[in-house]
Design a protein around this ligand. Structure first.
Ligand SMILES: Cc1cc2nc3c(=O)[nH]c(=O)nc-3n(C[C@H](O)[C@H](O)[C@H](O)COP(=O)(O)O)c2cc1C
Ligand SMILES: [Mn+2]
Length: 478
């Protein structure tokens, strides 16, 4: 059973030892960011800050909601120690049946309503997350919601939001996002601002969906319903017609402004580096704020992985990669985007039934709008989730001259890519590489035999050893 709201999720994390309540008063100015950063680098439980300097009692922060696979499993309603491969296959299974949301008349997110000139975004304890950030970020784990009336399509996307004034936010909305598309295709030609709603502190599945891009123009709320296996409850905004999850902690209602930009950034980014010079960014005007009593602000502190960003977006990228592979009829068996790679690396297992599969993948990836730069293609006898096996395959099978394929003029989807030059950044050009860790198909008969438990012993001996494992005196069946 998954959670209706973030508060129930927080309780479950506390019960399983995956959340720590910080009772001391902590400073929104860098101290919270530093604590969260350290928890990510040490893979510690999610911090929950109960008292924040300069803010009334009851204003709390819940950080890195999905910063480990344990927390992801709990969010999915599965045992905390579920192996990742099982979490993902359950996620994929549930996605098959989208569930439409239901509209309700009222909800906890309306407990406090503030409108017009009374709006002050500084009323919320938005942290100064990293030193050198361009400002205090109120949106680092949320959904920006907008509607395309020409397609009856509502989009949710997670796009970072810096406080730019008491009722203004500014943020990066990259050109490949749906929000950018809807604004420029539907609203800008009519010279209109676009109504938006920002939901902060939704249940964990709704947040996963806001950060996902693997599903094209499907409404994220229907897919959240699918993964929750029950509809999301939505309630109408006070000042526009958008619908927001009724259990959200904080809702900001407003508009994305036409022809107005605000200097925003730099920001400590998912790649593990501070990115962007300060630059003109999308601007939002906030006309009303509604929130639950004692609101809980969700926060992530991106930087060197592993973070909620890398946990959630790696899974999303795996689905995206599978789509690209299927479109190109590539005989793949499995895909993994290591959570330590900030989605910049992938491992793909293939059935090598014809020559040149790795190179074929390389060409497809070079043209794809995905920030996956280094891809390891292994054979289907390698478990893609097991880095011990992946590294061995790479080190022993990838001929440095023949098996490394470089695509030097690949499309660069992200200005945040740390390794491209200023010139490449300007023209959206980057590079990608494929490391072919498969044996040449014409080596039949000359392929070295792998010396492993699975391959070097007769089946009856393997079975006997596995059966008697604990009898020999070993604890774990493995
Ligand atoms: C924590 C976090 C922060 C993100 N920040 C941004 C951002 O500032 N700008 C952006 O364009 N995408 C950002 N993304 C990625 C988008 O959320 C992702 O591409 C998503 O698919 C966008 O939704 P859309 O596909 O409906 O456009 C972020 C993702 C996460 C998890
Ligand atoms: Mn979308």
């Amino acid at each position: 059973m998954v959670f209706d709201d973030n508060r129930a999720f927080i309780k479950a994390l506390e019960k399983s030892g995956d959340l720590v309540r910080v009772k001391d008063t902590v400073d929104w100015d860098l101290e919270i960011g530093a604590i969260v950063r350290r928890t990510s680098e040490l893979l510690k439980p999610a911090p929950f800050f109960e008292k924040i300097k300069d803010y009334p009692d009851g204003f709390r922060i819940f950080a890195e909601p999905l910063g480990t696979h344990r927390r992801l499993a709990i969010a999915m309603g599965m045992p905390a120690d579920t192996p990742y491969r099982k979490i993902r296959s359950e996620y994929e299974r549930r996605l098959a049946k989208p569930v439409k949301p239901v509209v309700v008349k009222d909800g906890p997110c309306k407990e406090v309503v503030v409108k017009g000139k009374d709006v002050n975004l500084f009323d919320f304890p938005a942290p100064m997350i990293h030193e050198g950030d361009g400002g205090r970020y109120l949106g680092t784990w949320h959904a920006v919601i907008c509607h395309d009336p020409t397609k009856d399509w509502t989009n949710w996307g997670m796009y970072r939001l810096m406080i730019a004034g008491p009722c203004h936010l500014a943020g990066l909305c990259e050109p490949y996002t749906h929000q950018f598309d809807i604004f420029n295709r539907v609203y800008a030609p009519k010279k209109r601002n676009m109504p938006i709603a920002i939901a902060i502190g939704m249940d964990p599945i709704c947040s996963i969906m806001s950060a996902s891009r693997a599903f094209g123009r499907k409404s994220e709320v229907d897919l959240a319903g699918a993964v929750r296996e029950k509809p999301v409850e939505l309630v109408k905004c006070e000042t526009n017609d958008l619908l927001i999850p009724s259990e959200s902690e904080i809702v900001l209602e407003g508009e994305m402004l036409l022809g107005e930009t605000t200097l925003e950034g730099p920001f400590g980014e998912y790649t593990g580096y501070r990115s962007d010079p300060r630059q003109p960014s999308t601007t939002y005007k906030i006309n009303a704020v509604t929130y639950r009593k004692n609101p809980i602000l969700t926060v992530t502190c991106m930087g060197v992985p592993v973070t909620s960003d890398t946990i959630v977006r790696s899974m999303d990228y795996e689905l995206l990669i599978k789509k690209v592979l299927k479109m190109n009829a590539i005989p793949f068996v499995d895909v993994y985007v290591p959570i330590e790679s900030a989605t910049m690396m992938a491992v793909i297992a293939v059935k090598p039934v014809y020559k040149g599969i790795a190179n074929q993948i390389g060409h497809a990836f070079a043209a794809a709008r995905m920030g996956v730069y280094n891809t390891f293609v292994v054979e289907d006898d390698v478990d893609v989730f097991n880095m011990q096996e992946v590294i061995h395959a790479f080190a022993s099978k990838c001929h440095p001259k023949r098996n490394v394929h470089i695509y030097g003029e690949a499309i660069e989807p992200s200005p945040l890519n740390p390794f491209i030059s200023q010139e490449e950044r300007k023209w959206h050009m980057g590079a990608k590489a494929i490391y072919d860790c498969t044996w040449p198909i014409d080596w039949e008969g000359a392929v070295p035999s792998r010396v492993s438990f699975r391959e070097m012993y007769p089946k009856d001996i393997q079975d006997k050893v596995v059966q008697n494992w604990t009898k020999y005196g070993f604890e774990d069946q493995g």
